[in-house]
Every structure is written in C-alpha cells, then in structure tokens.
Design a protein around this ligand. Structure first.
Ligand SMILES: [Zn+2]
Length: 63
C-alpha cells in the first residue's frame, strides 16, 4: 500500500490548482499555468458533513 502525501497547490493569480508534479515542470516554485510565483498549499478535502453552511469560499483577488 502506498499512501502518497496529497499535496496540491493553488495559484494566487489564476486560481488554478495543481500538484507538485505539475509544478516540477518548471524549475522552482511557479504556477505551471501562468508562471506566477505566489502559490498556496491546499489541504486535501476532508470528507465531513457540515451542517447547512454552504458558503462558497472564493479566494479574494489580490494584486
Ligand atoms: Zn497561475
């Protein structure tokens, strides 16, 4: 059994998510889609039932 640590990243510019493998296409830490350098780690989705709050969390655009 191989349980790989699930790592995903999100670009703060274009908002795309990608994993480390995709990111390794480019040297260093860059968004593979737009090349932006500021990315954030995204936690794996936790399967958990949340009562009645379905607020969509949108990443605020920052420039
Ligand atoms: Zn990007």
């Amino acid at each position: 059994m191989s349980e790989l640590s699930w790592k995903r990243y999100k670009c703060m510019k274009c908002g795309k998510t990608f994993d480390q493998e995709e990111m390794s296409i480019l040297p260093g830490v860059h968004c593979p889609y737009c090349g932006y350098k500021i990315i954030m780690k995204v936690r794996p989705p936790i399967v958990k039932r949340v009562k009645a709050s379905s607020t969509a969390l949108e990443t605020p655009e920052e420039s």
